[in-house]
Design a protein around this ligand. Structure first.
Ligand SMILES: Cc1cc2nc3c(=O)[nH]c(=O)nc-3n(C[C@H](O)[C@H](O)[C@H](O)COP(=O)(O)OP(=O)(O)OC[C@H]3O[C@@H](n4cnc5c(N)ncnc54)[C@H](O)[C@@H]3O)c2cc1C
Ligand code: FES
Length: 289
C-alpha cells in the first residue's frame, strides 16, 4: 500500500480540560491533555470511507510507526475529520495536535478495516460510546440519520468531578457538535476511577426497540456487555463492537493486533476493527494498549 499526502484544513482543540485516566488493565495513570478535531483534505479516502474504518497516520520523523485513528466525519469537499485524544507522553498524538492549516500529513492511501454494517431491515439503532469511542459512532449516526433511521446514542466519559462534587461535562464531546435529530443520553463517570459507567444508562427498556447495537469503547466495557447481556437488555440483539489494539503496520502483516475469536486468531486491523460481540473470546483477551 502506498502513502498519500493530505493537507491540513483545520486543527482545533475541542475538549480542553485535563483528564487523568486510570488504566484498569495495568497499574498506571496517564494524563490526557485534551482532544482535537483535525480536518484533512484527502479525497481518495473521503470518497471510500465507511463508519468504523480507520486511517494510519504518519506522525513525523520521531515516530517510526504510523498511528491508527478512526474516521470521524467526511464531507463532500473530499475531507476527513479525525477526533483524537492527546496523551501527555504520546509522541504521535502530540505531534498531530501541533499541525497547522496548510501542513502536509502522510497517510496510508486507503481507509482501513471492515467498518460497521447496518442491516437493510434495521430501523432503530442503539449506539454505545465509551469516552473517545464517540469517534466512529458519530460517523455511523450521521449515515443512519441520512437513511431515516432512529438513532439513540448513549455516551459516557471517564473524568474527574469538580471540587464541588459536581460532575464535569467538559470531558465530553460538545453536545452542540453532535449530529442533530438523534436521541442522546450522557453520563460522566466519577473521581473514584469507576469506568464504563455508560452501561449504567442501559436501564430496563432502553435497548428494547433497538434492532442493532453498535459500541465503541474500552475492552472492559465490552467484556461487561458480554457478561451482563440479560441484565442490560441486550440478550438476542446483534451487537457490533469496534476493537482497539496496539497496532504496528495496520495491514495484517506484523500480527501485533491479534485477538482470539470463535473462528480462530484474527487481526484487528485487517479482519476488524469491528467484530460481533459474541465472536471475541473475552476471557482470553489481553488488551495491549
Ligand atoms: C482501530 C483504532 C482506531 C483508533 N481510533 C482512535 C480515535 O479515533 N481517536 C483516538 O484518540 N484514538 C484512537 N485510537 C487510539 C490511538 O491509536 C492511540 O491513542 C495513538 O496511537 C497513541 O499514539 P501516541 O503516539 O500518542 O502514543 P504512544 O503511547 O507514544 O504510542 C506508542 C505506540 O503505541 C501505539 N498505541 C498507543 N496507544 C494505543 C491505543 N490506545 N490503540 C492503538 N495503538 C496504540 C501507537 O500507535 C504507537 O505505535 C485508535 C486505535 C485503533 C487501534
Ligand atoms: S497492526 Fe500489523 S497485523 Fe495488525
Amino acid at each position: 500500500m502506498k502513502l498519500i499526502t493530505s493537507t491540513v484544513i483545520s486543527n482545533k482543540r475541542i475538549i480542553k480540560e485535563l483528564e487523568r485516566r486510570r488504566d484498569i488493565e495495568r497499574p498506571r495513570t496517564r494524563d490526557i491533555l485534551g482532544s482535537w478535531i483535525i480536518w484533512l483534505r484527502c479525497p481518495q479516502i473521503a470518497q471510500e470511507a465507511r463508519p468504523g474504518q480507520f486511517v494510519m497516520v504518519n506522525c513525523g520523523e520521531e515516530c517510526t510507526l504510523p498511528r491508527p485513528l478512526s474516521i470521524h466525519q467526511v464531507n463532500a469537499k473530499g475531507d476527513i475529520a479525525l477526533f483524537f485524544a492527546v496523551w501527555e507522553d504520546g509522541k504521535g498524538t502530540k505531534w498531530l495536535s501541533q499541525r497547522k492549516a496548510g501542513d502536509n500529513i502522510d497517510l496510508l492511501d486507503h481507509p482501513l478495516g471492515n467498518g460497521f454494517s447496518i442491516n437493510p431491515d434495521s430501523r432503530n439503532l442503539l449506539l454505545v460510546a465509551g469516552g473517545i469511542g464517540i469517534t466512529p459512532l458519530y460517523f455511523l449516526a450521521k449515515q443512519g440519520g441520512k437513511r431515516g433511521l432512529k438513532i439513540k446514542l448513549l455516551r459516557g466519559a471517564s473524568g474527574e468531578s469538580k471540587p464541588s462534587g459536581e460532575r464535569n461535562p467538559s470531558q465530553h464531546y460538545p453536545e452542540e457538535l453532535l449530529p442533530s435529530g438523534i436521541d442522546v443520553k450522557t453520563i460522566t463517570s466519577s473521581k473514584d476511577g469507576k469506568r464504563d459507567m455508560v452501561l449504567d444508562l442501559l436501564m430496563p427498556g432502553v435497548a428494547d426497540s433497538a434492532d442493532q447495537v453498535f459500541a465503541c469503547g474500552p475492552a472492559a466495557m465490552y467484556r461487561e456487555m458480554a457478561q451482563r447481556k440479560q441484565e442490560l437488555g441486550l440478550k438476542g440483539k446483534p451487537i457490533q463492537v469496534s476493537m482497539e489494539m496496539r497496532m504496528g503496520c495496520g495491514l495484517g502483516v506484523c500480527y501485533a493486533c491479534t485477538v482470539r475469536t470463535r473462528s480462530g486468531l484474527k487481526q484487528v486491523c485487517k479482519d476488524g476493527p469491528v467484530f460481533e460481540l459474541d465472536d471475541i473470546i473475552w476471557d482470553e483477551l489481553i488488551p495491549n494498549c
